[in-house]
Design a binder for this molecule. Structure first.
Ligand SMILES: [Zn+2]
Length: 504
């Protein structure tokens, strides 16, 4: 008779195959059979024989913490595929439609005045172009993928997901996704109120920045990145991106991590039919991890390279033998670690190799960190919009745009900035719904980790003791990240429940 380890190994093998095919799809635009690969995974997950073994292990409830957690991870994974035939059929349909819409996203290119433009170039206009009208055009160019997505079946996809959650017996799709990740929907209670409380100070800081840099009283969405670059102009410094690998390697070495020992594949420059986003495909833990990004030549673009390398390093630091526990790592922890490394571009430890130790650069980055902190809660707007899609009836592009503006008004108290809201280019709504909170909560987690570390190591910043911080991360987070559900892990390290106080 099989045991749960054999089942997990088989699934892991199929998963690796699926991930390799996804990598091909995202880097070339060719689909060599992701749906077939997914169906094989589904075959294992819906096998009665497998489920009996998993269920038995789960019900026996081992007294060993790790064994108990492994049985729980496997049970939570298998259980949804043993509810009804309809639910499984829905799951196949959802996967198929998601893949089709991903193809649309990956191969779509926006146009400005009839000329194709890459997402990197849109980003550069938004960040560096002094012409406000041009920035506005670039911003709305991002909205062009909305219609093809809706025409391709985005509203249908949302409906299928709602139906699936219903078939699984959940109140709604948001609750289902959160519970699958070991989170309670209550975790978002009071977030809107927190934003409202922060709004006066945020508004004040933004108005001052608007008056100073764009001679206006309101920052529009197409001014956001531009203002950041005005506060910290070094972000837009042209750099030679060809040497990205040695730069990233050097910075990780300062944390005692030698990435040249890891097999990390980088595909970092834009081209036709390649996804315009940033991803880390963790094909095989400790063996094969691949980074997709789109960068060109600006210092600030190191943020995405460092973020994705953070994911890659995380996957290399996990124990490859712990197949089941590795499936239990929370998205919050993985995005938190990735953001921690992404954020290093604002730290002297990283920028001194580019700019030396000039005071002006130091002041710029101190200023941008301060400004970003005041604006940090703005992320809640898109996090809640992602959820609202599943709590409202949407049947058309217009419904989605109206919902986005309504949500923006409720969360940030800001009026609509146009007829269309660029939501579709943000791949999460299509590919991984109810995920955006992971970045934000990951940041909160990192602030907590930094505080706990500095307190117990008597230092002011983790940059004072990077090697020790790496060890702290390994011992407290990475080694145990699959063993505990996120809320438990947070409490275990900080001694208290998750709260936004760490970033306020
Ligand atoms: Zn990430």
């Amino acid at each position: 008779m099989k045991n749960i380890y054999e089942i997990a190994e088989k699934l892991y093998e199929l998963d690796q195959q699926y991930n390799r095919l996804s990598w091909s799809q995202y880097t070339t635009g060719y689909d060599f059979g992701t749906s077939e690969a997914y169906n094989k995974i589904l075959g294992e997950l819906s096998s009665k024989e497998n489920f009996e073994i998993v269920e038995k292990e789960y019900n026996e409830s081992s007294t060993d913490l790790a064994e108990k957690r492994k049985a729980e991870i496997m049970y939570n994974w298998f259980q949804p595929y043993h509810l009804s035939k309809e639910a499984n059929e829905l799951s196949i349909q959802i996967q198929k439609l998601t893949t089709q819409l991903s193809q649309i996203l990956n191969t779509h290119r926006s146009k400005i005045d009839g000329v194709e433009i890459s997402s990197v170039d849109i980003g550069q206009i938004l960040s560096a172009d002094d012409d406000r009208e041009k920035r506005k055009k670039a911003y709305f160019a991002r909205a062009q993928v909305n219609k093809p997505l809706v025409d391709g079946g985005f509203c249908e996809l949302v409906k299928l997901r709602k139906e699936y959650a219903d078939k699984r017996g959940f109140h709604d799709f948001v609750e289902m996704r959160l519970k699958d990740d070991g989170l309670s929907p209550d975790i978002f209670n009071g977030w809107k109120k927190q934003v409202h409380k922060a709004l006066p100070a945020m508004k004040d800081a933004r108005q001052k920045a608007a008056e100073k840099y764009i001679n206006d009283s309101r920052i529009m969405p197409w001014d956001e990145s531009y203002i950041s670059s005005k506060i910290a102009p070094s972000l837009n410094t042209k750099v030679d991106m060809l040497s990205y690998y040695s730069i990233i390697k050097n910075i990780f070495m300062k944390f005692g991590i030698d990435i040249s020992k890891f097999n990390i594949t980088y595909d970092v420059f834009s081209r036709a039919n390649k996804s315009e986003w940033g991803y880390n495909f963790q094909i095989s833990t400790g063996k094969d991890t691949r980074i997709l990004a789109n960068v060109k030549n600006l210092y600030k673009e190191y943020n995405v390279l460092m973020h994705e390398t953070g994911h890659a390093v995380h996957s290399y630091l996990l124990d490859p033998k712990e197949i089941i526990l590795n499936y239990g790592v929370s998205g919050i922890i993985s995005e938190g670690i990735a953001n921690l490394f992404g954020g290093l571009i604002y730290e002297e430890i990283f920028y001194k190799d580019f700019f030396g130790q000039k005071d002006c650069v130091k002041n710029e980055f101190a200023e941008i960190k301060k400004y970003s902190k005041i604006n940090a809660l703005r992320a809640i707007d898109t996090i809640l919009f992602d959820q609202e899609l599943y709590r409202n009836e949407i049947n058309s592009l217009q419904d989605i745009n109206e919902l986005a503006f309504k949500n923006q008004k409720e969360v940030l108290n800001e009026e609509p900035f146009g007829d269309e809201y660029p939501w579709g280019y943000r791949i999460h709504h299509t590919e991984c719904p109810i995920y955006l909170h992971n970045y934000f909560m990951g940041d909160v987690t990192c602030e907590m980790l930094k505080k706990v570390f500095c307190h117990s190591n008597s230092c002011i910043t983790i940059m004072d003791k990077p090697i020790e911080f790496s060890k702290f991360l390994m011992d407290n987070v990475i080694n145990s990240s699959g063993l505990y559900k996120y809320p438990e892990l947070f409490k275990k390290i900080s001694g208290e429940d998750f709260s936004l106080k760490y970033i306020l």
